[in-house]
Ligand binder design. Structure first.
Ligand code: NAD
Length: 295
C-alpha cells in the first residue's frame, strides 16, 4: 500500500493521518515540535475513539490497525518513501516557505505534494519546489474523517496528471473532490472568512451575543453551525492568520481583521483547542454548545 507523508501534526495533520490510515495507507506523521510529537499517539487514539462513536462509517475502523499504520516522526528523511505528501503546518507563508525549501532535498521525483492551506495561493507555494506541476491544493475540511468533500485547487502549473491523481487520492479516502482554480482563499475560505469576520464585528459592536449570531445561522438558515462556532472549531489564530493573507494578497479592505479576533488571540482564547473562544469548552475538546461539523 502507498505511503503518505503528513507534515504538521496539529488539528488538521492528525485528522488527515487518521483518515489516510483508516483507508489503508501507511502514514508518516512529522512535526517540528517535540511536545506535539510526544502527545500525538494519545491524541490520535482519543480522536479515533470519538470519530468511531460519531460516524457509522468510522464505527467499523479497527483502532489497532489504524493506529498501527501511523508512525510519528521528527525529521523529513522518512518522507523520501512517500507517494503523496500532505502538508498541514501553521498558516504562515514564511514558515511554509522555509519548510518547502528544505523539502527540495528530500522529495523523490514523482512524489505528489498536497498543500492543505486555508488561504495561501498554491501557485506561490508550488514555485518553491523544482516540480510545480506535481503540487496541488487539497483543502481538507475539519473534522476531516467526518466530512464528505475536499476542495482541490489547481495551481498555475499543476498538471492534469496531478489533478487526476488528487481526485483519485480523495476518492480513495472516501471523499468527493471539488476542483477549483487558484486564488487566495479559493472558494471556501474567501467566503467563510467574510462571514466569520463580520460575525465577530457584530459581537464587538454589541449588536448581538455569540449565541444569537450563531442561532440566526443554525435556526434561520439551517446551517449545521454558526460562524462563531465555526471560528472556534478552526482556531481563532488560524482565522486571524488567514484574514491577514486574504487582505494582503487581494488588497481588499473587506478582509480587514476584526480587532476583537486579534484581541482574543492575544488573550489566548483560540477556540476549542485552547478550551475557550467565543464559547467555553469541556477539557475533552467537546463543545458546550452546538457540536457539529464545519470547514
Ligand atoms: P495547528 O496550529 O493546529 O497545527 C500546526 C502544526 O504545524 C503544529 O503542530 C506545529 O508544531 C506544526 N509545525 C509548524 N511548523 C512546522 C514545520 N516547519 N515542520 C513541521 N511541523 C510544523 O494548525 P491546523 O489548524 O492544523 O492548520 C494547519 C494547516 O491547515 C494551516 O495551513 C491551516 O490554514 C490549514 N487548515 C486548517 C483548517 C482548520 O479548521 N483548522 C481547515 C483546513 C485547512
Amino acid at each position: 500500500m502507498a505511503t503518505v507523508g503528513i507534515i504538521g501534526a496539529g488539528l488538521m495533520g492528525k485528522d488527515v493521518a487518521i483518515t489516510c490510515a483508516a483507508h489503508g495507507y501507511d502514514v508518516v506523521l512529522c512535526d517540528s515540535d517535540p511536545s506535539v510529537r510526544q502527545s500525538a499517539p494519545a491524541e490520535l487514539r482519543r480522536l479515533l475513539r470519538e470519530y468511531r462513536m460519531m460516524s457509522p462509517a468510522a464505527a467499523g475502523w479497527d483502532t489497532g490497525e489504524v493506529l498501527g499504520r501511523i508512525r510519528v516522526d521528527e525529521g523529513y528523511a522518512e518522507l523520501a518513501a512517500a507517494d503523496w505528501i500532505v502538508e498541514n503546518i501553521i498558516e504562515d507563508y514564511a514558515a511554509k516557505e522555509e519548510l518547502y525549501l528544505g523539502l527540495r532535498e528530500v522529495c523523490r521525483d514523482g512524489v505528489k505534494v498536497a498543500v492543505n492551506t486555508s488561504c495561501i495561493p498554491i501557485t506561490k507555494i508550488a514555485a518553491l519546489l523544482p516540480r510545480p506541476d506535481a503540487v496541488i491544493g487539497m483543502h481538507f475540511m475539519n473534522p476531516v474523517p467526518l466530512i464528505g468533500g475536499v476542495e482541490v485547487i489547481r495551481g498555475f502549473h499543476t498538471s492534469e496528471e496531478t489533478v487526476r491523481g488528487a481526485e483519485a487520492f480523495a476518492a480513495s479516502l472516501g471523499k468527493q473532490p471539488i476542483v477549483v482554480n487558484d486564488m487566495p482563499g479559493f472558494v471556501s475560505n474567501r467566503l467563510s472568512h467574510l462571514f466569520m469576520n463580520e460575525a465577530a464585528f457584530l459581537v464587538q459592536d454589541g449588536v448581538a451575543e455569540p449565541e444569537q449570531v450563531d442561532a440566526v445561522f443554525r435556526l434561520g438558515y439551517g446551517h449545521k453551525m454558526g460562524p462563531l462556532e465555526t471560528a472556534d472549531l478552526i482556531g481563532l489564530d488560524t482565522v486571524v492568520n488567514s484574514l491577514a493573507i486574504l487582505y494582503d494578497e487581494l488588497q481588499d479592505a473587506k478582509f480587514r481583521c476584526c480587532p476583537l479576533l486579534k484581541k482574543m488571540v492575544a488573550a489566548g482564547r483560540l477556540g476549542r483547542k485552547s478550551g475557550h473562544g467565543f464559547y467555553p469548552y469541556l477539557r475533552t475538546g467537546a463543545a458546550r454548545v452546538g457540536a457539529g461539523v464545519a470547514s
